[in-house]
Design a protein around this ligand. Structure first.
Ligand SMILES: O=C(O)c1cc(=O)[nH]c(=O)n1[C@@H]1O[C@H](COP(=O)(O)O)[C@@H](O)[C@H]1O
Length: 270
């Protein structure tokens, strides 16, 4: 999907909501466990219930890989379901990959060619030649870890380096010089809205994937206030806060209500 298409969808739905499909068999309603593929059935119901209010879905690969081949099959079925029924929705493989060039290219083929995701999350630690192979695929996007939502982001990302800048700033600045960097997006945790102003100085137009509202306590209003750009520029993710709103038979309806409530909060900023 092109960035223009994504912006169009955001405008149309007045939403920057990304629903995280982090499916844990211990947390989903127990009646689903009797079915053939509980993960896919859960995702299907969640997607159908929330798609009016969401512009993106983000399955985190860990939650599928943990179940081996079966989990991978559920992921394949989920992405196919999205592509067939909601072709205008942006899809994110939250896989946090990145390796030497020829290995990165194979990761990119897996997520972009085989599974057909629109984007993949990538760790920037190995630098330019580990990220550029992902950017060789037309209309596909790389979402690079910038300033993450977890406490450990203080260990490296928030270390001060030359000229009193943070390491995460250097990564953002440097990455803008890479080939096809117009298709780079960045992860910025909702738990650190105070850094959004600095980030927008470096990246006035880039899309930011912002996880950390909901279960991690990030503030949606602050994210919108400091993070939005001229072309909206945000995908705000909530996983547990939406998909596990209820563990009963009303789980899909509860997820829909929560997605709607989040969209209504965002709508104020359009
Ligand atoms: O790349 C991510 O999506 C990510 C980066 C980050 O800094 N923090 C973060 O929470 N995430 C992911 O975003 C999702 C957040 O889930 P909830 O806390 O349940 O909303 C999980 O899939 C995390 O792995």
């Amino acid at each position: 999907m092109t960035t223009e298409n994504l912006v169009q969808q955001i405008k149309l739905k007045k939403s920057m909501l990304c629903v995280g499909l982090d499916v844990d068999l211990e947390k989903i309603p127990q009646h689903l466990l009797k079915l053939d593929d509980p993960i896919f059935e859960f995702n299907k119901e969640i997607i159908k219930a929330t798609a009016d209010f969401a512009v993106a879905y983000k399955p985190n690969l860990a939650f599928y890989e943990a179940y081996g081949l079966k989990g991978w099959k559920s992921l394949e079925k989920t992405i196919s379901f999205l592509q067939e029924n909601y072709p205008n929705i942006f899809t994110i493989a939250d896989a946090k990959r990145g390796d030497i060039g020829n290995t990165s290219r194979m990761y990119a083929k897996a997520f972009f060619e085989d599974l057909g995701f629109d984007s993949v999350t990538v760790a920037p630690y190995m630098g330019k030649d580990s990220v550029e192979p992902f950017l060789e695929f037309p209309e596909k996007h790389v979402i690079m870890l910038g300033l993450t939502s977890n406490q450990g982001s203080e260990d490296f990302q928030l270390s001060k380096i030359e000229n009193d800048t943070y390491l995460f700033e250097k990564i953002m600045q440097k990455s803008k010089t890479w080939n096809n960097s117009e298709r780079l997006m960045y992860v910025v945790g909702a738990t650190k809205p105070e850094y959004l102003k600095i980030i927008r100085k470096h990246l006035p137009k880039s899309f930011l994937l912002v996880p950390g509202v909901g279960a991690q306590g990030g503030n949606l209003d602050e994210v919108c206030k400091y993070g939005m750009s001229d072309n909206y520029g945000l995908l705000i993710n909530s996983s547990r806060g939406i998909i596990y709103k209820s563990s009963g038979t009303d789980f899909a309806e509860a997820a829909r209500n929560e997605a709607k409530a989040m969209q209504q909060k965002m709508e104020k900023y359009f």
